[in-house]
Design a protein around this ligand. Structure first.
Ligand code: SF4
Length: 115
């Protein structure tokens, strides 16, 4: 297997499932619709949203991500977004969407680093 950082084939960064009956499941996507992150890897972590918070039948607070296009808007862009936010994932506390959005968490001592 060729390491990801040397291959020129970037097919692993996204795809569009054109046979999915729910496509387009999020409105407002401008670029290629990326289905790779259909279940967003940030669902349990801090993220910039936008999301709504609801409580499920088991009393668990969850995100409703219907209005978010970040994991779907462009193969490269959504791939890079997810990789950056998973560099230092911080578990989401169940809080509401903030304005301005949550800043990307950084390790202690690097909080003021460049984006
Ligand atoms: S709001 Fe967007 S980035 Fe955050 S968990 Fe939902 S889909 Fe992922």
């Amino acid at each position: 297997m060729q390491p990801k950082d040397t291959t020129t084939n970037e097919g692993f960064k996204g795809f569009t499932n054109k046979t999915c009956p729910f496509l387009p499941c999020h409105q407002g996507v401008q670029r290629e619709f990326n289905c790779l992150f259909c279940y967003c890897p940030l669902i349990a972590y801090e993220c910039p949203g936008p999301y709504e918070v609801f409580t499920d039948k088991n009393g668990v607070k969850r995100k409703d991500c219907s209005s978010c296009t970040l994991p779907h808007d462009g193969y490269h862009q959504s791939w890079n977004f997810i990789q950056r936010w998973l560099e230092y994932p911080v578990v989401w506390s169940g809080h509401e969407q903030t304005d301005p959005p949550v800043r990307r968490p950084r390790p202690p001592g690097q909080e003021d680093g460049e984006e």
